[in-house]
Design a protein around this ligand. Structure first.
Ligand SMILES: Cc1cc2nc3c(=O)[nH]c(=O)nc-3n(C[C@H](O)[C@H](O)[C@H](O)COP(=O)(O)O)c2cc1C
Length: 213
């Protein structure tokens, strides 16, 4: 697939194809190929010190996810969004779709991945922009994975872990203290009735400025 087409096709999917309640899993060779695409991303220190924990034993996955993420009802999602004071209709729609699916998307995807990067200094107390380079680099890697997946007809979503969630997951999975995961990556084949979230329309000519803003 043409790279521009892969970019355009990439979309967030939170409902994954299932058969009798069992997710359609990704072929391990395809997962390797996608992670290989991730390793093509640029990195600040040349080292690509990244690891990937695959959580595809469905029983163990479900145990871990149930420990750290709670299902949220549509009604509660609406209350949360109202509390945030969101007014944009498209944005509200996205959160209304997204919030109640945080639990199911991790459980039902065809491949759940924890991308890990080395973070020797405290991430949340950066002294300057360079201190964020390791965090930024892993996100470039993650973006490559999503675009490569899109070229393969595979889509998914990221979830940013809450601080306590990170701690528990790291302990349960034996992750070294100086490695962090910026997000969960849930990938899979879209459920048949899945629709892309309505998008905010952007005229990029209003976003490109010549020589000065
Ligand atoms: C940095 C970042 C954090 C995100 N966090 C979450 C998340 O915690 N849970 C979730 O369901 N989606 C999350 N998303 C997915 C966004 O909701 C989604 O990318 C956005 O609505 C645009 O839709 P699209 O990806 O279909 O173009 C995140 C995306 C990004 C880039």
């Amino acid at each position: 697939m043409d790279i521009y087409q892969a970019f355009q096709n990439r979309q967030t999917i939170r409902d994954f194809e299932q058969t009798n309640g069992v997710p359609r899993m990704l072929d391990p060779a395809l997962v390797n190929k996608l992670i290989q695409a991730g390793f093509s991303a640029p990195t600040n220190d040349h080292m690509r010190d990244w690891h990937f924990v695959l959580l595809n034993d469905l029983e163990k996955r479900s145990q871990l996810v149930s420990e750290v993420v709670s299902p949220i009802s549509q009604k509660r999602a609406e209350n949360i969004i109202n509390r945030w004071g969101l007014t944009d209709a498209v944005q509200r729609e996205m959160y209304l779709q997204g919030i109640p699916r945080q639990f199911s998307m991790l459980n039902n995807c065809g491949c759940l991945i924890l991308p890990l990067y080395r973070q020797d200094l405290p991430l949340l107390k950066p002294k300057n922009l360079s201190a964020l380079n390791y965090f930024v680099s892993i996100w470039l890697c993650i973006e490559n994975i999503f675009n490569a997946a899109s070229a393969e007809g595979v889509y998914g979503v990221v979830r940013i872990p809450a601080p306590e969630e990170s701690k528990i997951v790291k302990t349960r999975l034996n992750i070294p203290a100086n490695y962090e995961f910026p997000c969960w990556i849930a990938l899979g084949y879209p459920a048949p009735d899945t629709q892309r979230a309505r998008q905010v329309s952007i005229d990029i000519d209003t976003r490109i400025h010549q020589n000065q803003w």
